[in-house]
Ligand binder design. Structure first.
Ligand SMILES: [Zn+2]
Length: 614
């Protein structure tokens, strides 16, 4: 009965050419051999299973061969080569530092170094896992490494270069072995399968390659394992069952659900995946991979980036035809962000579910729930542009209003001041009032006070009588009176007006307001207001701070309402989703920029009556 030889050993490369996926290193080594510029000591670093020891052995065999071929490959015939092939060469010494890391082990090795080779030119010492050597062992070794005999070559191999002392590193030529890419591994597996008369599906080999994380040795062991389980026919199904890998069919159906915006389907499929014991993060990474595969099919030049059998490619192509690249790119972005934030999430399941819902929202069809239109429409609006809606302040209850006035009245009674001084006091009072949140009284602006003065005669009210001491107060009272009547049953005035008329009135306001607050005037003059349905006027602002400012500036709304004879008008500030990075060139632009961070300077500028130089 034949002894079973594991593939990793049976197909271990014997020449530099056969080494998989380390072209740069094998070429360099081969060139050094050709030009006879071989260093005395090498450090091979890199992950496990990528060919470090293999390369060390090939090098030992090659430099000892008595008649190298033209391509500098060992002849496999000479005495040295045959002894290498039979594992009987005295010119190669391997020490596994993981288990032989004491000073004595190293002393033994150093003793051997003193004896020159009997056959061949070089003695090669391979010390595997060299970072495991004890400090004392390192020190014992250092001297030999510094001044080795000409026939001695040292190859140190390690997976953890950072653990090697700098004194050692500086004496070695360092080679960084890369992880082997999936394609190379899959190709090598296919070569092995061919040689072993095993029929293997490309997807099956691809999955094994992906799972091996760049280590060819691991890939070959997995390959052996699955072959022993499923015989000489290696299928995708065998592999995913054996390795407990999520079937890509899941990704096809999840993507289908994303395209159809079918959230219930997505949640149920994900539930099934979790039930089968799969990890949420692996799922989202796999989904990202799947979406990427679809995306590369969107362009002829990138199709080659998809590693799959023709049959599989057809499936991908069918799905790729059902979705546009914008959707795929956005979906990839969501998958990537979800993966990145997965560890930090406390409710990992919900974390993935939210991502799935966001993915479903990418295509604009219904969400699979009953309230279809509402859900998608609303979220679409919110995501497309952040709108700040302006609402006219709700009328305050009469009761509340009276309560808030009481303290004011008391104050008046206590100090009935002489007429001249009173005006000053009153000014303070008005300020106080506006600070307590009664913005409403200020809405109308000064011109309105005159208007109301002409129109209305004050009604009897005990509180009011005292307040009539000063002119300002009485004016205020009138104003309150008027507001009150407006609040009660304000008649709806809805005169139609055109966009042109709106722009005209808007401009009028800007001009009139220039003297009061140039910065505010320029802010609203920057863009053209737009009349939309139901007398909603949309206007653009540069940022949210500006939007907020404008909401507090009710004089604009009042002016427009009055001029257009329509009290149903509403203002809506629109902040562009993407704040363009705009460079400030002019002084006023720089000032605006500054004002965003320090709103106080606008006031300062206005109060001091400053303006920009020419
Ligand atoms: Zn030879």
């Amino acid at each position: 009965m034949d002894n079973f030889v594991v593939s990793a050993r049976k197909y271990r490369p014997v020449t530099f050419k056969q080494v998989v996926g380390q072209n740069a290193i094998t070429t360099t080594l081969l060139n050094a051999i050709k030009s006879n510029h071989l260093a005395q000591a090498f450090l091979f670093t890199g992950p496990r299973g990528v060919g470090k020891t293999t390369c060390a052995r090939i090098m030992a065999k090659t430099i000892n061969c008595e008649n190298l071929t033209e391509t500098y490959e060992p002849c496999d015939k000479c005495e040295s080569c045959t002894s290498f092939n039979n594992n009987a060469s005295f010119n190669i010494h391997e020490l596994d530092a993981a288990s032989n890391n004491s000073v004595d082990d190293i002393r033994n090795l150093v003793d051997q170094v003193r004896i020159p080779p009997q056959i061949g030119k070089y003695k090669v010492y391979i010390i595997d896992e060299v970072h495991m050597l004890s400090q004392a062992a390192f020190n014992a070794f250092l001297k030999t490494l510094e001044e080795p005999p000409a026939y001695a070559k040292f190859i140190l191999a390690t997976t953890e270069k950072h653990k090697i002392l700098p004194t050692i590193l500086s004496r070695c030529q360092i080679f960084d072995f890369r992880r082997i890419n999936v394609e190379d591994i899959a190709q090598h597996l296919s070569y092995v399968a061919n040689n072993e008369n095993i029929e293997a599906e490309i997807e099956a080999l691809n999955i094994i390659a992906q799972k091996s994380d760049g280590a060819l040795r691991d890939a070959l062991s997995t390959f052996d394992q699955i072959v022993s389980y499923s015989g000489d026919h290696l299928t995708y199904k065998n592999v995913i069952e054996n390795l407990n890998i999520l079937d890509y069919e899941y990704f096809f159906s999840v993507t289908d659900a994303i395209i159809k915006s079918n959230i219930p389907d997505l949640l149920l499929t994900f539930d099934e995946i979790i039930e089968n014991g799969f990890d949420g993060q692996n799922f989202i990474i796999g989904l990202g991979n799947h979406l990427r595969n679809l995306l590369v099919l969107k362009n002829e030049t990138t199709i080659k980036l998809l590693l799959a059998s023709d049959k599989q490619k057809e499936n991908y192509l069918n799905q790729a035809n059902n979705c546009n690249s914008a959707l795929l790119i956005n979906a990839l972005d969501i998958c990537n962000k979800t993966d990145l934030s997965y560890k930090a999430s406390n409710n990992k399941r919900l974390h993935i579910e939210i991502a799935l819902m966001q993915l479903a929202k990418l295509s604009n069809t219904a969400g699979g729930f009953d309230d279809k239109v509402n859900i998608s429409q609303k979220s679409k609006d919110q995501s497309l542009e952040r709108k700040v809606e302006y609402k006219t302040p709700q009328p305050v209850n009469k009761k509340e209003k009276e309560v808030s006035k009481k303290p004011e009245i008391k104050e008046e009674i206590k100090t009935p001041p002489p007429a001249k001084e009173s005006s000053e006091v009153k000014v303070d009072d008005t300020n106080k009032e506006s600070e307590t949140g009664q913005v409403q009284t200020d809405i109308t602006g000064d011109d309105k006070i005159e208007e109301s003065e002409k129109k209305n005669k004050p009604k009897d009210d005990s509180g009011r009588k005292i307040r009539r001491i000063s002119i300002t107060e009485s004016l205020k009272a009138l104003k309150d009176e008027k507001n009150k009547s407006e609040e009660g049953d304000e008649p709806v005035i809805k005169n139609e007006f055109t966009q042109e008329k709106l722009e005209e009135v808007w401009k009028e306001f800007v001009v009139g307001y220039q003297s009061k607050s140039p910065s505010f005037a320029s802010a609203i003059a920057k863009y053209t207001p737009k009349l939309t349905d139901d007398f909603v006027i949309e206007y653009m602002v540069d940022n949210h701070i500006m939007a907020k400012d404008l909401l507090h500036q009710t004089s604009l709304l009042e002016f427009i309402k009055r001029e257009l004879k329509n009290n149903q008008i509403k203002l809506k500030a629109i902040v562009p989703e993407v704040d363009e990075v705009k460079k400030a060139y002019f002084d006023n632009e720089k000032f605006d920029e500054l004002a965003k961070d320090y709103p106080g300077i606008v006031k300062l500028k206005d109060q001091l009556g400053l303006d920009f130089g020419a």
